[in-house]
Structure formats: structure tokens, C-alpha cells
Design a protein around this ligand. Structure first.
Ligand code: SF4
Length: 337
């Protein structure tokens, strides 16, 4: 396997997070003795880095492993193997006691903030929870920090006393952002933070995330199932399919010159606002195969419109085909000089 960009040709810049060969398999148990009978290969050898202050968009269909990848990086679920380095320190091998102070720097925003807010607890207390866990400030100082975080996300300090049901979907997502922000993190995994919101609200939340990034130098891994959402917020975009990364490039390069057939299919589904411009939609055959038993060779081959013989036999390398542009496809690799 190539180094997947960890030591590639492109300039690496100032790296905050470096992920190397990350694997997460979920055991499937069955029978009388509940023995492990198979594994769901949710994330299967993924490597990439995120530079300080950038947004890496991570896109793919439901079930491709992107959410598992985001949570494994933070060790909200324990990876099976691989390395994650945060500011050069390997966090996978850390004991929980070593990990705790690091967690403050690495936060997550969920798709559905309502499910992570206790309906019986005023939102101010939910936002302050992380401060209590990390033993930050006195009670009064924590109240001030919560009010400050609420203002930063466009809410009012007095909202701290209200309960989750008193807010709209967009406001609840702002509360979710305030919860992450109050700890002054360096890195935030944004796990489909706008997928459940109306389109008009989506752009407000995306603009808020961008403004906070500029103001506080935040670094994001922004997960979405929709390329048009990541286009608006990402500096670079990674495309995942069935537990593997299949393409990664700067936003400009990916949208100007998509190379992987799966990326091309995702791209063809983006609506064009100009009715005079027609784009041929690439309809993929079949559903995403099960990660319990992924196809041999290139995992995309049963659905790929341009597959060749080798595709079902040999897994393509994730190669850097031009500076900063990585692709896992036999047709692309063989076409390069
Ligand atoms: Fe399609 Fe083959 Fe490329 Fe996979 S390796 S994307 S099957 S052409």
C-alpha cells in the first residue's frame, strides 16, 4: 500500500491530525455461545492527515464508514488497529487517564443534537457538562463561559435557562456547537451537522461554522453524505466507499478534475441551478454491498460502470497521482505517466 498521503509528494504543511492505516471491525456474534462469526469491516485501512486550520470534508453514502471513522479518531469508539496522532502524539495507545486532557482539544458535533441533550436539563447545564468533567473554572466562571459560548453561536445568554424542546432544529444545532466550543478545542469532528436541517437553515449553520473557524483557528473534519454540502465548507475533500478512501484532493481539484468513477457518480447527482446546463446523471447499479462481506479486489467493482478484469482480482493502491490528489483506481493509476 502506498503511504496514502502521509508521506506523499504534496506539501504536508502544519499537520494537526494524522491517521495511519486505521481499522475498525465490529464483531458479529451468533449461536448458543455467542461466538464471533464474522466482522463488519466498517473502516478498513484508512490514512490521511488534516492540517491546522483547514476543513477536510469526508463524503460517502450511508454505511460507508465515515461516521465510524470520525468517532474512531476521537476514540469514542475504540479502533481495531492503526494510529491516530494529534499534534504528533499517538492517542490510540494512550490510557484513559492520558487521553482525558487531550479530549478537551478534540470535540464532536452530532447530526441530531436533540438526542444528545437531556430534555429535563436546561441547556446551560448541558453546555457546562464538559467544563465540569474537565474541572475547568468555578461554578460562576462556568456560567460565564456558557453564556459566552451561547453568544458566539448567535444565541442569547438567557437561553441557558431554557430546555431543549424550546428551541428550533437550527437553534439546537447551535447549542451542539456551543457545547463543543465552550472547551476551546483545536479540532472538531462535524458529523453531518446540517443533514437534518432545512436548506435555508443549513447555510446559516455552515456560515457559523466557517466564522468560528476563522475566529478561533479551528480545524474540522466535516462529514456529509452530500458533495454539494462539503463543497461549500471544505479546503480538501475525501471520498469514502465501503470502509476505504477512494479519492482525496483539494476542493478545487476534486470538483474540476474528479478521477474516481464513484466520485464522478456522486458529482453527477449534484443539481445544477442553471436550467440550460444539462449534466448526464450516472446511475450506479445495485446497492452498496455489505461491509460484512465486501467484494474482492476493488470494492466498487460490482457497481463500477468502467470496471475491467483486474478490478475484481486486485485491490487498487491509494496513489498520489498528482501533488495532493490521491485516487484508488486501476484505470486512473495505469493512465498516469
Ligand atoms: Fe472501477 Fe476498477 Fe477503478 Fe474500481 S479499480 S473504480 S472497479 S475502474
Amino acid at each position: 500500500m502506498s503511504d496514502n498521503g502521509v508521506n506523499g509528494k504534496s506539501a504536508r504543511g502544519d499537520i494537526l491530525i494524522e491517521v495511519e492505516n486505521l481499522v475498525k471491525y465490529f464483531p458479529v456474534r451468533g449461536g448458543l455461545l455467542q461466538r464471533v462469526q464474522a466482522y463488519v469491516r466498517a473502516v478498513d485501512g484508512v490514512s490521511f492527515f488534516v492540517r491546522k486550520g483547514e476543513t477536510l470534508g469526508l463524503v460517502g453514502e450511508s454505511g460507508c464508514g465515515k461516521t465510524t471513522l470520525g468517532r474512531s479518531i476521537l476514540r469514542l469508539i475504540e479502533p481495531t488497529s492503526g494510529e491516530v496522532r494529534f499534534e504528533g502524539k499517538d492517542i490510540i495507545g494512550m490510557r484513559q487517564s492520558e487521553l482525558k486532557p487531550m479530549r478537551r482539544n478534540m470535540q464532536i458535533i452530532f447530526q441530531d443534537p436533540f438526542s444528545s441533550l437531556d430534555p429535563r436539563v436546561p441547556i446551560g447545564e448541558s453546555i457546562a457538562e464538559g467544563l465540569v468533567i474537565h474541572n475547568i473554572g468555578t461554578k460562576e466562571e462556568r456560567q460565564e463561559m456558557v453564556q459566552d459560548a451561547l453568544q458566539k453561536v448567535g444565541l442569547y445568554p438567557e437561553h441557558a435557562r431554557r430546555y431543549p424542546h424550546e428551541f428550533s432544529g437550527g437553534q439546537r444545532q447551535r447549542i451542539g456547537i456551543a457545547r463543543a466550543l465552550v472547551l476551546q478545542p483545536k479540532f472538531i469532528v462535524c458529523d453531518e451537522p446540517v443533514s437534518a436541517l432545512d436548506v435555508s437553515i443549513q447555510s446559516q449553520v455552515l456560515n457559523l461554522l466557517r466564522r468560528l473557524q476563522d475566529e478561533f483557528g479551528l480545524t474540522y473534519l466535516f462529514i456529509a453524505h452530500n458533495l454539494s454540502v462539503v463543497e461549500h465548507i471544505s479546503d480538501r475533500v475525501a471520498v469514502m466507499y465501503l470502509g476505504k478512501m477512494v479519492e482525496l484532493a483539494s476542493r478545487e481539484e476534486l470538483f474540476r478534475n474528479p478521477l474516481h468513477p464513484y466520485t464522478l457518480a456522486l458529482m453527477s447527482a449534484i443539481p445544477i441551478p442553471d436550467p440550460t446546463v444539462h449534466r448526464e446523471r450516472i446511475i450506479l447499479k445495485g446497492d452498496v454491498p455489505s461491509p460484512l462481506n465486501p467484494p474482492s479486489g476493488c470494492r466498487f467493482h460490482p457497481r463500477c460502470p468502467v470496471a475491467i478484469d483486474i478490478c475484481s482480482q486486485i485491490e487498487p493502491e491509494f496513489d498520489e497521482v498528482s501533488p495532493g490528489h490521491w485516487v484508488a483506481c486501476h484505470r486512473v493509476s495505469s493512465a498516469q505517466p
